[in-house]
Design a protein around this ligand. Structure first.
Ligand code: ZN
Ligand code: ZN
Length: 310
C-alpha cells in the first residue's frame, strides 16, 4: 500500500464507485438537471437505479444544489472521499520513506492559494473546486467526462448496481448512504433572545414519531428536533442515532428546557454551558429566575471553534 503503484489504482477504483454513488444520489433529486449526462454511458445505469425504491431509500443527500453545474456537483460529492484518501496516504507515508511526488510539496502550495483567494473575496464554491481539482491532480484522476464515457466503467457500474440491488434486498439492517460535499463546520443561526427559541421548540413534535419530546434537544448542525438518551421519544429521534447520520458521530444539541448544550461523540456525551446569558452575563439554568436571556456571541464563537476542531 505504501507504493504509488498499488495505492493509486485502488484510489481510482473506489473513485469510480464514489462517482456512481454520487450520480445516483443526484439523479433521485427532481430538480437535478440530468440532461448534461444524456450522452454518457453511465446515464442508463444511473437512470434505472435512481428509479428503484430501494436505491431511493439508500442514496440520500440534503446537499444537492440544483443551481450548481451538475458535473461540478458530482465532483463536489467525491471531495470527502478524495480527502480521506489523501489523509490515508499521509499516514501510510509517515511510516515509510516512499514519496508520492519527489519534487515540490503540493500541500504547502494549496494553503498559500487558499489564503490569497479568500483575501480576494473569491466565492466559496471556487475555493472548494480548487480543493477538488488539487486532489484529482494528486491522485492522477482522469477528467470526469472521460470516466463517464468509459466502457470499462460502464461494465463495472452495471455489475456493481446489480450486486447492490440483490444484496440490499436480502439485508436485515438497511443503512443509508448520506452523500455530502466537504462542507465547512457551521452551527445553525440562533435567535438573539432565548424566549423565541423556547416558544418555537418546546412544544414541537418529533419529526420521526410525532410525539412531543419530554426533553427536546435541538441539533445545532441541521436544526432537527431530537431527544437525549436518558429520555428518548423514539429510536430514530435519539441524539446518538441522529449524530451518526448528521455529523459522522459528532453531535451538538441544545437542551431546550435546560438552556445548556449536550455534546455527543458516538456513545459518549458531555455538557457545555448555555449560549444564552442574562443582562448581567449570567446563566439561568432551567430558567428558574425567568429573566430574559440573550445569545452570547463569544460563547457561540467558542462552541463553533470547538466543533470545528473535533
Ligand atoms: Zn442534525
Ligand atoms: Zn421521536
Amino acid at each position: 500500500m505504501t507504493s504509488t503503484e498499488f495505492f493509486i489504482p485502488i484510489v481510482h477504483l473506489f473513485y469510480i464507485v464514489c462517482v456512481i454513488q454520487a450520480l445516483i444520489t443526484c439523479y433521485r433529486e427532481e430538480a437535478f438537471d440530468r440532461s448534461n449526462f444524456r450522452n454518457c454511458l453511465l446515464n442508463d445505469v444511473c437512470q434505472e437505479m435512481s428509479g428503484y425504491d430501494i436505491a431511493r431509500e439508500y442514496f440520500v443527500s440534503k446537499h444537492i444544489d440544483p443551481s450548481c453545474d451538475p458535473k461540478y456537483m458530482v465532483r463536489r460529492l467525491t471531495h470527502p472521499y478524495l480527502r480521506r484518501c489523501a489523509l490515508l496516504w499521509e499516514l501510510l507515508k509517515s511510516s515509510s520513506s516512499a514519496p508520492l511526488y519527489d519534487s515540490s510539496n503540493i500541500w504547502e502550495g494549496s494553503h498559500h492559494h487558499l489564503d490569497s483567494s479568500t483575501a480576494e473575496g473569491n466565492s466559496s464554491l471556487a475555493i472548494e473546486l480548487d480543493g477538488v481539482r488539487e486532489l484529482e491532480h494528486l491522485f492522477q484522476i482522469q477528467p470526469l467526462d472521460l470516466i463517464l464515457k468509459d466502457e470499462c466503467v460502464h461494465m463495472l457500474a452495471l455489475r456493481w448496481s446489480q450486486h447492490f440491488c440483490e444484496d440490499y434486498r436480502s439485508r436485515k439492517y438497511r443503512g443509508i448512504l448520506f452523500s455530502t460535499p466537504a462542507v465547512p463546520f457551521r452551527l445553525m443561526q440562533l435567535p438573539p433572545v432565548y424566549q423565541v427559541l423556547l416558544e418555537r421548540y418546546v412544544k414541537m413534535q418529533c419529526p420521526d414519531c410525532g410525539s412531543v419530546p419530554d426533553e427536546p434537544a435541538l441539533c445545532l448542525l441541521c436544526g432537527k428536533l431530537c431527544s437525549p438518551s436518558w429520555k428518548p421519544c423514539c429510536r430514530a429521534g435519539k441524539c446518538l442515532n441522529h449524530a451518526s447520520q448528521c455529523g459522522a458521530g459528532v453531535g451538538i444539541f441544545l437542551l431546550v428546557r435546560k438552556t445548556t448544550i449536550l455534546l455527543q461523540r458516538s456513545a459518549r456525551l458531555t455538557f457545555w454551558p448555555s449560549l444564552y446569558l442574562d443582562a448581567f452575563g449570567e446563566e439561568d439554568h432551567e430558567m428558574h429566575r425567568g429573566k430574559p436571556l440573550y445569545l452570547s456571541q463569544e460563547r457561540y464563537a467558542a462552541l463553533t471553534y470547538l466543533g470545528g476542531i473535533s
